[in-house]
Design a protein around this ligand. Sequence first.
Ligand code: IYR
Length: 328
Amino acid sequence: MDTYDLITRNAEEVVTDEEVRELAADPEGKRAYVGYEPSGVLHLGHLLTANKLIDLQEAGMEVVVLLADVHAYLNDKGTFEEIRDTAEQMKAQFIAYGLEEDQTEFVYGSEFQLDEEYVLDLHELEVSTTLNRAQRAMAEIQGGETAKVSHVVYPLMQTLDIEYLDLDLAVGGLDQRKVHMLAREELPELGYDVRPALHTPIVADLTSGEGKMSSSGGVTISMEDSTDELEEKVNSAYCPPTRDPEGDLENPVLELFEYHVFPRFEEITVERPEKYGGDLTYEAYESLAEDLESGELHPADAKGTLATYLDELIASGREKLRELRAEE
Ligand code: IYR
């Protein structure tokens, strides 16, 4: 796969394409990052952007994972101490998942976001950004509750992170796009360079095919799930025999194959008894999706296979989590 295709595969949006093409022409040593509010257990939402970081490492880029402890604090996720503890667990799970420790820079936000220079830049951004603009940038991240002052500081800090971590590319789910747009507008105001952004898709809810998977109340697959739980969740997933269900619905089973399984495995095998046609093997998402649409691959077989591969993907993170909990 050529470098541009590898960098942009499964991306929902790149801003701008021209800037990312320039990066792809000379990726060696360029720095990309994702920031995560620490949470004790990784779920597929985290792993989707982690897959992109693995692509970027393969393309020769340096990868930074920001454990955004101060951001989580501003977003009311617990005491600072609790957040630091969960950040440690998060880091261990990322490494277990496949982000090589010696090729990934893990940085705590609090390591640089409390420095005088950063804080003064933050205050300058507070002066130059309207409340309305900052609130709009936060709308999707904050999730509806009454805005606090911290919620408008948050996207301004995320803007500064791009400069202070000396990055060439900001990566995030599509829910981060408004913050990255704000960053593109505001960084030049402080005399800093504009950086490109790459956004990964938001996977639909597993059982309904609607909205987004990590939304509250929906089913999420996480590092905590046992093999049985995972199988049960995948088996109850919405999986019509098409990649394009009616209206706003998506096929979450196909999405998980596309964004989680195919990027991490060279070949996928669907095991079937001889009387149902025997095993099927796929090297690319497209051929699996086509077989589901044509009826060659039954949704039940697709689900069983998906559960097996997802289980393999989370197995070492699950084991790590068990170890960490046993130590507590
Ligand atoms: N807003 C992210 C967390 C986050 C991301 C980046 I990129 C930062 O520089 C800081 C925080 C979230 O919603 O999880």
